[in-house]
Write a protein that binds this ligand. Structure first.
Ligand SMILES: [Zn+2]
Length: 118
């Protein structure tokens, strides 16, 4: 989990948005982190737990297997990664590629198969 729950202050950081124009971004009043306000938003870990269940059902329908132990290891690694769980700042695309890397490490599934569930 993140070190703390980010809480936006009244301050705004003027930073370029994906369209190249400057836009006001909320800033955490505790640590100064800038909130990701683009459309490329991160999801909470519950979303990724559901994705793993879907992958598991898919593999079982094909006679393959994703064990509870593998799922637990993957979730533990994701949940203990402060950057991954920091949905205030991380980009959705960065979070998804971290997920793919961790799942690959524990399962050996292909990148394209994992991405097809995201
Ligand atoms: Zn903060």
């Amino acid at each position: 989990m993140p070190m703390h729950m980010h809480v936006s202050s009244h301050e705004r950081a003027w930073l370029p948005a994906p369209n190249g124009l400057l836009e006001p971004h909320p800033v955490c009043r505790t640590c100064g982190a800038v909130k990701n306000i683009s459309s490329d938003r991160a999801k909470d870990v519950g979303y990724y737990a559901n994705v793993l269940s879907e992958i598991r059902r898919y593999l079982e329908s094909k006679g393959g297997k994703l064990s509870q132990a593998q799922i637990r290891l993957i979730m533990r690694e994701l949940e203990s990664n402060e950057h991954f769980t920091d949905t205030y700042t991380i980009l959705g695309s960065v979070q998804r590629s971290m997920f793919v890397r961790v799942v690959q490490r524990y399962t050996g599934l292909s990148r394209s198969l994992i991405e097809s569930f995201l």
